[in-house]
Design a protein around this ligand. Structure first.
Ligand SMILES: [Zn+2]
Length: 471
């Protein structure tokens, strides 16, 4: 579903490649400041990551001192941004973080959360572009009790608890996720949210997105899923802890959405129906929790709520839960794989005939597993990746005009490097041919944009044919 990045290469018949490591760059102070703030980082943190004294970093951010290429690349890596974003004022026009219902205003969100938010927005925009679809939330009056709203939602989603019992290989979470994704076109992604206790968040926009914490267990994710879904039904963004035991008296929205989640995932009737004999053992609790796909914690809270266990039993189960707590390990499932053409043609590359851009090198570094042959290859052939120069930067505003504005803006938000504009700029400056697998005529792709500047693009097949002719 993600568009493959174009790792294009430029062929230059006879030209030595010069690395321009000494080049200094002047980046607009507003952009540098925006980049840092939109990553949720302080000046100290960035200076430390760059291994620069704070005052030197401040001079750079204030525009009093230029930045070296190595520092610029390092900064792009820290912020997980395309290099081109440092040269585009559009980058500062990204949407705001969702309103924070949970945290105190002055509490700092971790850079992971900022990054996950940007990824979510980027994904939403891409999906809108690729599919032309938008999220369609049901028109329900949400000024009703959480229990009533949950019941309406169960009917719309046609949740059948007898059916859940029959799910064998598929976790209940996946079942619910696909229900929501398919019915309403709400993509659900998982990402590391790490610190600050942020459990999940949702972004309300034309394509709504929910982000779950990848290291949570499926049962916790399931609760988060319905909690975030509740925010979206109420046409809200949310950044949430989704800890149903915490006192949320001051946060009515959070309390409401917790109640909603509990009532969708484990409604009273279905819970009562699932119990054949009085609950006395922890094994019974585990069985019930499994049947609904919820955590044991949610199960005992619900059991207590409906007086299916007494206070004493509840406390006993609770302490058993606390003693059994072990860290859960999540699996990263948002691994953007930028499909590269490098693998296929690496054997054809000879020094001086082909060269590429430092941003392509970043794409390779950022997206390929370290052991990958391609990365090893690119490390051995560092020389072919040329840096940014003035000629390229002078082309960028003209290239920018060939892109659709909203597409360009979204690319400024790309949670990874983006080489396309620099490849085109480089081709213009070096009078080169671009080799790319990208679509020849589709808007915002390398070939049609490059052709506006009289630059040819070849796909791999054409490239091979061209080589043959010359041989
Ligand atoms: Zn919330």
């Amino acid at each position: 579903m993600m568009s493959a990045s174009s790792l294009a290469q430029i062929r230059i018949p006879s030209q030595k490649i010069k690395m321009k490591e000494q080049t200094k760059y002047q980046i607009q102070p507003e952009i540098l400041e925006f980049m840092r703030k939109s990553s949720g980082m302080t000046e100290d943190e960035v200076a430390k990551k760059l291994k620069l004294p704070k005052n030197k970093y401040l001079r750079i951010e204030d525009g009093d001192e230029p930045i070296s290429q190595n520092e610029l690349v390092h900064l792009a890596d820290i912020y997980k941004r395309p290099l081109i974003a440092f040269y585009s004022a559009e980058v500062t026009k990204v949407p705001e973080m969702p309103h924070d219902y949970r945290l105190n205003r002055d509490k700092k969100l971790s850079p992971e959360v900022f990054f996950a938010k940007r990824k979510a927005l980027y994904l939403a925009e891409q999906l809108k572009e690729i599919t032309g679809r938008k999220t369609t939330l049901p028109e329900i009056n949400t000024n009703i009790s959480a229990i009533e709203l949950a019941e309406k939602m169960r009917n719309i989603l046609e949740i059948d608890f007898n059916f859940l019992k029959e799910l064998k290989d598929e976790p209940i979470l996946s079942y619910y996720k696909s229900l929501i994704e398919e019915k309403f076109f709400i993509p659900i992604i998982e990402h590391s949210l790490k610190t600050n206790g942020v459990r999940a968040f949702s972004v309300f926009s034309e394509v709504c997105v929910m982000v779950l914490n990848e290291s949570d267990s499926n049962e916790v994710k399931l609760f988060s899923l319905f909690h975030e879904f509740c925010h979206l039904l109420k046409r809200q963004d949310g950044i949430c802890t989704v800890d149903i035991e915490k006192d949320k008296n001051n946060q009515p929205e959070e309390k409401y959405c917790d109640e909603f989640a509990a009532n969708v995932a484990m409604p009273e009737d279905a819970l009562r129906n699932s119990i054949q004999e009085p609950i006395s053992t922890f094994v019974q609790v585990e069985k019930i929790a499994r049947a609904f796909g919820v955590s044991k914690q949610v199960a005992i809270i619900r059991l207590k709520e409906f007086r299916l266990i007494d206070h004493r039993k509840f406390n006993a189960f609770k302490s058993k839960l606390q003693s059994a707590k072990k860290p859960s390990f999540g699996r990263r499932n948002w691994e953007r794989t930028f499909v590269t053409i490098w693998q296929k043609i690496s054997s054809l590359i000879q020094d001086g005939q082909l060269h590429s851009h430092i941003e392509v090198q970043r794409e390779i570094k950022n997206t390929i597993y370290p052991k990958d042959k391609l990365l090893q290859w690119s490390n051995r052939n560092k020389k072919i990746f040329a840096g940014i120069d003035d000629c390229q930067n002078n082309q960028i505003p003209k290239i920018r005009l060939q892109y659709n504005l909203s597409y360009w803006q979204n690319e400024m938000n790309r949670p990874a490097p983006w080489a396309d504009p620099y490849l085109i700029a480089m081709a213009i400056c070096e009078h080169a041919i671009i080799i790319t697998q990208e679509h020849k005529t589709k808007a915002n792709r390398i070939p049609p944009i490059a052709s506006q500047f009289g630059i040819r693009s070849l796909n791999l097949l054409e490239f091979f044919q061209e080589l043959k002719i010359k041989l």
